[in-house]
Design a protein around this ligand. Structure first.
Ligand SMILES: Cc1cc2nc3c(=O)[nH]c(=O)nc-3n(C[C@H](O)[C@H](O)[C@H](O)COP(=O)(O)OP(=O)(O)OC[C@H]3O[C@@H](n4cnc5c(N)ncnc54)[C@H](O)[C@@H]3O)c2cc1C
Length: 341
């Protein structure tokens, strides 16, 4: 009997969790990813000064299944716990030049990061199924009631597939799914906030006792050393920091150019700190048009076309990597139920 053929669109946590679950039950899975790398918003960028984690900063688990995934990833050297000295938005004079101490650490105990970069967290899900990188899928064409052809932006055609899982952020999923069925209309109610991110490599360590700060200023919702670097007495140089602008600031400055965004967010950090920031070795900005879910779908996945086309992604359940993992798993189980019973 020929193998069941499934296409998964998107190689972030949701898509790869779905793909690996379907591969394990013997389906023939092909993943299509528009970018050059895997991981989606579990993102890392290489610069001349080293790597930055400029998307998700850390991962937590409430679901026992995801907790087990993180434990296994830790054993496989794909993840490790992170205990930053965390500061939650207090007056600036407390943020900088506070005597170095771990006593102020408010971080929850079970924070994990991918190692050596965040995108490595998806490593355990990458199995011997085909992954077609740099393939942006532009449409899903039903050929019969049970088969589908995919088209990409370079006029490529792929298929036929017996089922398709779409795991792009909600607005991009809606573009692909709206033409297929009104069952996907609820995706339009999902709201995802943008996030401007600045990656700065300072030549000398930033003189702060903290590795991570929540809302150090109205413009900045998160500022943190980009990679594990908690040894306050032996800070590595250059000192890599990632700044995330707040959702409202990001919305207000969505179309601004990168140079202006860098200028403004560095100025905000300078004002919050009240100090002269060390010289910069590298600085870059990245705009996440779809970063953190504000209004989720409220269910783990959405299906149409007799259960053969399924939408998944963090936006179904929330704003976290765990939500993406759970949604990908549940989409795969729904596909198995439809095609195998
Ligand atoms: C700045 C920022 C900070 C964050 N901080 C945290 C945090 O600290 N903790 C936490 O738990 N979560 C955090 N998140 C959220 C977390 O990153 C996401 O919840 C999670 O990574 C989403 O996974 P996903 O698989 O659903 O989507 P994505 O990771 O977005 O994956 C979707 C993939 O689909 C691909 N794609 C889209 N359209 C197409 C197409 N047409 N064809 C082919 N491929 C396509 C994309 O390139 C992408 O790789 C943060 C996100 C951002 C942006």
């Amino acid at each position: 009997m020929p193998k069941i053929k499934i296409a998964v669109i998107g190689a972030g946590m949701a898509g790869l969790k779905a793909a690996s679950t379907l591969h394990k039950v013997g389906m023939d899975v092909t993943v299509f990813e528009k970018s050059r790398g895997l991981g989606g918003r579990l993102a890392s960028r290489r610069t001349e000064s080293g790597h930055f984690n400029h998307g998700a900063q850390y991962v937590t688990a409430r679901d026992p299944g995801f907790d087990a995934f993180l434990q296994q990833a830790t054993q496989d050297n794909a993840a490790q716990k992170w205990h930053p000295d965390l500061h939650r938005g207090s007056p600036p004079d407390k943020v900088f030049s506070t005597p170095a101490t771990h006593a102020g650490n408010l971080a929850e105990k079970q924070w994990y990061q991918g190692i050596p970069q965040m995108n490595k967290l998806i490593g355990p899900l990458v199995q011997p199924f085909e992954i077609k990188k740099q393939h942006r899928i532009t449409s899903i064409e039903p050929i019969t009631a049970r088969t589908f052809m995919l088209h990409d932006d370079l006029d490529g055609e792929f298929g036929l597939f017996d089922g398709v899982i779409v795991s792009a952020p909600a607005p991009q999923s809606a573009d692909l799914l709206r033409p297929l069925s009104s069952r996907f209309d609820p995706i339009d109610d999902v709201i995802i906030a943008p996030c401007w991110t600045v990656m700065a490599a300072f030549e000398k360590p930033l003189p702060t006792a903290f590795d991570a700060m929540l809302y150090p200023s109205p413009e900045i919702s998160w500022a943190a050393r980009s990679t594990q670097n908690n040894d306050i007495f032996h800070r590595r140089t250059p000192d890599h920091w990632v700044l995330h602008a707040s959702p409202s600031w990001s919305r207000d400055h969505l179309e601004e150019d990168k140079e202006r965004v860098i200028e403004k967010l560095l100025a905000a950090l300078r004002t919050a700190s009240g100090i002269k920031l060390p010289d910069l070795q590298t600085i870059q900005a990245h705009r996440w048009r779809y970063a953190r879910t504000e209004t989720p779908l409220g269910k783990s996945h959405l299906n149409g076309m007799n259960g053969r086309v399924i939408a998944a992604g963090d936006w179904c359940l929330g704003a976290r990597v765990e939500a993406a993992w759970r949604s990908g798993q549940s989409a795969a189980h729904a596909m198995i139920e439809t095609l195998i019973g």
